[in-house]
Write a protein that binds this ligand. Sequence first.
Ligand code: SF4
Ligand code: SF4
Ligand code: SF4
Length: 561
Amino acid sequence: MSISSNTKIKNWILGLLSKILRIMPQKFIAKMALRIIFRNSLNDVNHEIYQKDFKHLTLKVNLNLAGVKAYQIFERTKYTKKIGEFLDDADITLSIPDTSLIWDLLSGKISGFDQGRDENNNFCVFVKKQVCTAFFKKEDGKTPELLNFPEFGVIGRAKNALNLFSLPPFTGAKMEQEKIKQDDNIATLIKSMLKNSDRTSDEEYKKRFHNKVIKVNWDITGILAYQIFEENKYSYEFGKHIEDADVKLVFSDKDQVKSFLGGVYNNGNPDYNVRYKGMMLDNGSFPINVKIPLLIVYSKDPIFSPFILSRIPFIRNIVHVEGTDPTQYGAYIPVNESVAHENMLVPFVVFEHFINKASAIAYTDCPCRVHFDCKNHDHELGCMYMGDDVKKMHFFLGKSLRLATKEEALERVRMALEDGLIPIIGRAQGEAKGHNIEDTGHFLASCFCCTCCCINGKVLANGSAGMISIYQRIEGIEVSLDPTKCKGCGTCLEVCVFHGKTEIENGKAVIDQDCCLGCGRCVSACPNDALSIKITDSKFIDNLIGRVEAVVDVEPVVNVE
Ligand code: SF4
Ligand code: SF4
Ligand code: SF4
């Protein structure tokens, strides 16, 4: 039997279980889910990525699934787990409050994740669920300005996206959860919602609907209704649609209808720190999603990095951090003077090659340094992109992204090297995705990274080996240690954001050649000159350029008609 049919059967069973278990007690469901997580984690221990992920790290994880305690300890050659207890010295505690979501998760039904912090600053993973779809009336081909709609609160307007926020004094249309749970009749619930939406006596409502009329059609699992909101008037009818509505809202999932009408997704509910959010699709429809907390992470380490979660087997399997992708490649280029080419720093030689060939170049401020308000490096020396796909990027006022000439681009590389930033170059398709464009193989991404703020460094230091496999050491460069000079001071460990070393063993540093990315940072930092980076293959620059050009082409695309 093929792997894909095996996966299909597994997903089908999990999907079926998910349906059955929705009616079972939460604690029972939690225990079942924990057993599946444990068994899958055990299968993973011999996996190449597991071996790498826990080569230098022992991770102790407490799990809290809807109040059921458990723990897992991941070590290089060992895996320990138990249901019913917490570890006193766990590194992190993962809490999954809603067991219905874990089944959706394990059966692969949830594909979109979001991240953020809760009100206590704990890291949270959210899942997006589609509540309904809005279809807006076209106004000269533009998105209509829809405001002050009681069920959603204010609908604010951004460029091509709408954010829907719930308003705090949002009681009129909200129905009692208990009543909704008991009443399975959607038609009754809709009628009640229509009646309860009258807020014409509310001053806030009057202000928002001053000189405005909003007409809304509802299609709730096939049941029609409409509402008209005006400053001093509210009207509705059950069983019908109105001509010329500003928006039609279509709900197809009964569970979502109940949650929506019950106010479960409103801001006021402490369990659901959610926002209505969506993007207008080309066909004019606007899927409205809700963000629901799936996983809350409690860490005793104040600088806990969420990327560490990608090493935990059950999470790694869900987010598919599975290792090498031949279509992607990235390398750090050492700025160390000992790795020079005809008296020029290697990064300059490499960048010059690509800049001279590139059909288009754009650069941007460094989002990481801007975000962390970096005090050590220039905020403006951020990422640079080259190739035809750059022409599709969204350049608009107020954004730091701008097109550059070859001279400007080279000057920028010079400035970045002078600032002590370490360049990274290659093809990472996530970069194009992050800019909302398609990478057609003509999008070379490069960044100038620092040790303090760089998100790439944090990913490389904490992420799963599968997640970081896109980054490889340049072939033909070697980092080595002279043990006679090493005093075991540990400075090199501190500067190596990529965790290239194991630890100090017998008073000496040890370079883990499997993990070292050859950035050369430790070489410059060693106070005893014990580390060196040297060229072992004089063709290493050609090799690097060849590796990059095998996955990305920056030259103009010639269309053959
Ligand atoms: S990855 Fe590095 S260079 Fe790129 S934006 Fe972040 S800090 Fe800046
Ligand atoms: S910084 Fe130099 S001396 Fe200190 S541990 Fe590392 S290699 Fe040894
Ligand atoms: S060991 Fe040195 S050269 Fe290797 S990744 Fe770490 S800092 Fe860079």
